[in-house]
Write a protein that binds this ligand. Sequence first.
Ligand code: DX5
Ligand code: ZN
Length: 220
Amino acid sequence: ASKHLIAPSMLAADFANLQSDTEMINASAADWFHIDIMDGLFVPNISFGFPVMSAIAKHAQKPLDVHLMIEKPDRYLSEFRDAGAANITVHYEACTHLHRTIAAIKDLGCHAGVALNPHTPVHLLNDIIADIDLVCIMSVNPGFGGQKFIENTYAKIRELRAMSAGVNDNLWIEIDGGVSLNNAEALLSAGADVLVAGSFVFNSSDPVSTIQQLKDVNPE
Ligand code: DX5
Ligand code: ZN
């Protein structure tokens, strides 16, 4: 496997100093900006929308990995592309016609991802796994940063790795929620490719060094 990717979550950034936090990520070993969009319906919280995302995009020099925690994301896919998204990830639980939604994301020229809530089994993706670029396994219930990591995540990573082998070997398996240096090596050993980290990065005394440490983790 090639080197894993690190995607700091801007949900934990200082929203009054987004330009400096964006430039900090630019200067770090991070690979993507993880952008958490919440609508107050799919999840019990509201984060930020297009103006704030565009403000980050204006300064960001790395791809924006957009995680849509919103109902019926089909309504807004082109707006997110126009606001600077490179990857658009929708929730399995929020899409009635997931196959159509994935096709629409790809038609916009973006990578297409599907996120799974902690209770949603990996095998539900069996009939769409060949068509998607990324699966985001939620390792907390979406809606808030700083929550406790759910241990069942490892089993889901291993199952998804086995399910995608030979069918979609370029699939990115992304882990989102409660990621830190305490679990990064185990997550990568289980088969993760992308680690999202919010509070662990931004609450540390030296975020650039914390990102480097996450990037330098060597799995078995
Ligand atoms: C949770 C978001 C996550 C969150 C992760 O709903 O999807 O991306 O920002 O935050 P931490 O790393 O603090 O758990
Ligand atoms: Zn997220």
